[in-house]
Design a protein around this ligand. Structure first.
Ligand code: PGA
Length: 252
């Protein structure tokens, strides 16, 4: 049985004070029993990481970052290393988000390097994949996502895969209010499990958690999260509202 997993991706929103307020509000809303059934991760912007960590550190809520660079340290102005994130209290890191791919030219190859670096520092990568609207309409979306999964997980061992989470986020559903239907999402999750079976093994495919992301809110979350191959959600906009985010967690 795969445990459900809900991560809030705050993107480039909230200063330190606002982040502390949001983390405190979420913390207050969640009772201990919830964590028996669902892992909860908050991914604030870099500047808020340590402050949010200090608010959630005595709880079961975990901290994640939204990106890292694949070098240990050095002259890489503006970048953040895996070790810096670890020291700020992170256990997770989102990698290859479509906004990183679209605006910052990240490729599957750089995502793969980042995945390896994250694992080296005991950070669990949440690896994002997903097709654009043009790719969906052209009917090539399954191949696109298959390639992304293969490339991002190149040279990863079955043992390492146990610490990786995949997030399927169709680009056309992110921040647009358009969600994939539960069936469309589940079909793609099934396809990703097939890809994992071929790359690794049926056991790995059965074990790996695959999240759905793209305009998930408290109204559509139960339908999405009750699909057999959907193990949780990567939540953007709705994760900035404590009551919506809590409702999504409760629906999981
Ligand atoms: P959204 O973002 O929920 O605002 O669509 C999801 C994401 O980008 O992770």
């Amino acid at each position: 049985m795969r445990k459900k997993f809900i991560a809030g991706n705050w993107k480039m929103n909230l200063n330190i004070k606002q982040s502390e307020e949001l983390a405190s509000a979420i913390l207050k809303n969640l009772s201990d029993e919830i964590f028996l059934k669902c892992d909860v991760v908050l991914c604030p912007p870099f500047t808020s990481l340590f402050n949010v960590y200090n608010i959630i550190k005595e709880s079961k809520i975990k901290l994640g970052a939204q990106n890292l660079f694949y070098k240990d340290d050095g002259a890489y102005t503006g970048e953040i290393s895996a070790s810096m994130l670890k020291f700020a209290g992170c256990d997770f890191v989102i990698l290859g988000h479509s906004e990183r791919r679209q605006y910052f030219y990240e490729s599957d190859e750089t995502v793969n390097l980042k995945v390896k670096k994250a694992l080296e520092y005991n950070l669990q990568p949440i690896v994002c994949v997903g097709e654009t609207i043009e790719q969906r309409e052209a009917g090539v979306y399954e191949n696109v996502v298959e390639e992304q999964v293969k490339n991002c997980l190149a040279d990863i061992s079955p043992e390492q895969l146990k610490n990786i989470i995949i997030a399927y986020e169709p680009v056309w559903a992110i921040g647009t209010g358009k969600t994939a239907t539960p069936l469309q999402a589940n079909d793609m999750h099934k396809k990703i499990r097939e890809v994992i079976t071929n790359l690794f093994s049926p056991e790995s495919a059965e074990q790996i958690r695959i999240l759905y992301g793209g305009s998930v809110n408290e109204k559509n979350s139960s339908d999405l999260l009750s699909q057999p191959d959907i193990d949780g959600g990567l939540i953007g906009g709705a994760s900035l509202k404590p009551d919506s985010f809590t409702a999504i967690i409760l629906s999981a």
